[in-house]
Structure formats: structure tokens, C-alpha cells
Design a protein around this ligand. Sequence first.
Ligand SMILES: [Zn+2]
Length: 208
Amino acid sequence: MARGELKLIIGNMFGNKTGRLILEIETLRQFGKRRVLVLKPDTDTRSGECLIRDYHGKSMEAFEVPARDPWVALRIVREKEAEAGSRFNLIAFDEVQFFAADSGFFRVVDELLERGYGVLASGLALDFKGEPFGSTLLLFGLCRSNNDCIWLTPLCAQCGAPAPLPQRLIDGHPAPYNSPQVHVGGKETYEPRCYDCFELPARPVPPY
Ligand SMILES: [Zn+2]
């Protein structure tokens, strides 16, 4: 079987990545008559259990893959195909940043492509420190041309310029560099910002 193709939908928060993913899946199912299995990491708790959800509230059913063991995705594909008695054409993943860079997720996607599945993947490129988030940017290595990747950039909440960075705010104030990945206590919010408006207190000073 011919190797499948990857389509990557990446960018900042509020770029409507999940909305774009849902649109692609709906189009493939309705007009392309493709069978698409939707998966997401089990650590995505914002969207609701076994759902992916865009920021307008539109949702779609998804099966959960352990973020720490993404190989389970291959087992879920096999189980769901056995239940349905037919093969999927495409496997879609939302929030791929929650699969850590060393989780093996890159190899899982590579294996799905090798087995002939198309793969759609959506994820956040950079974290609140402006640093690579999980597996998202690694998947670039599986794209064959720039046509395989859609980069979605919202506008800066402060000045309206293109905003590639997620500004983390705790009780309305910029969160410091060393704040934990999962915040406890206080009201945590995010807004998109450009590099000029992005604030990251206590960022380490470069050695040179
Ligand atoms: Zn700005």
C-alpha cells in the first residue's frame, strides 16, 4: 500500500486550529466519503471527555490516547476497524502538543503513514515561554512540502499585529518563565500576542 500523506495544522492559540481540523474532517467524511478516526491525547481536558472542541464551542467525538504512550493509537485504530469491519482512510489528531517530544508520537505518525493512512494533525507550535511545545514542530519532518502545512496565526490582543505567541496571564499579570506547566490557584488565562507585546518575566539571561 502506498504511503499516506500528512496534513499539519499548526500555530498559536485562538488561531482556530481545531475549527479548521473539524472542517477538514467534515469535508472528507461528507464529500470525500472518507472514513476518518478522530483521536486526541487524554491530557486535553478543556475540550471535554472524548471530544475535540473549537473556541466557538463546536465539538466532535474523539477517542483518547494516553499522552505518555501514544503507541496505543495503533491499537485503537485496529479495534475500531475490527468493530466496523472496514478500514479507515485517515487518522486525525487534535492537540498534538500534549504528546511530549520524547513520547514516541513522531514515530507513531510515521508508522500510520507507512501503513497507508492519511494523517491530519493539529497542535500548538509554541508554549507560554515561546519555546517548542511537545511533538507539534517535529511533525514538520514528515511533511513533504510547504503545501502539507497550514500555519494559523491570530492577531495580537494588544496591538492587532500577527500574534504567534500565547501570553499566559495569572490574575491578569504575565506569568513568569518558571511558572509550572499546569497552574494551580489564581485565575489563569491566555491571549495571543506578537513578539513586541509578549511579556515573560524572569526569562533566563543568555550565557553570552
Ligand atoms: Zn502586539
